[in-house]
Write a new protein. Sequence first.
Length: 166
Amino acid sequence: MNRQASASTRPVAEVATEFLAKQRIAVTGVSHAPKGHGSNTVYTRLRDRGYQVFAVNPNADTAEGDPTYPNLAAIPDGVEAVVVATRPEHAMDTIRECIDLGIDLVWMHRSFGAGSVSAAAAAFGREHGITVIDGGCPLMFEPASDPGHKFIKLVTKLTRRLPAEV
């Protein structure tokens, strides 16, 4: 993530604080079979921390004991922010839906692997006024973090998998 600083970029920690100040957050890709799905980890941690979280998965009726929604538009009363935790090729559809719904804060989840980051979707979102965190995980930041995610945050900062600015 070697992005040149411009007047519109902000430190990722500042944007993470803004993101985690939201109370209604959708997490895409939450699976009915949670083993090994980062989306489920993000979903349950935010839920356990008191957030109103909404699981988005068009192929499941429930996940983690909660109802799922086929898309963002189906969530009653909408959301303030979205964690994209699907394969990167689905990120553009989520960004387009965020544009249509007026959601202007999106986090594309990634720790060590490719994660859910789509450079094209992030750029498209930014062109349309969305603040996009394109890497890292909300669980790396307070008030959602834990010791394991703090360690992952350190490693991803050192390996430049966590953007310094967005």
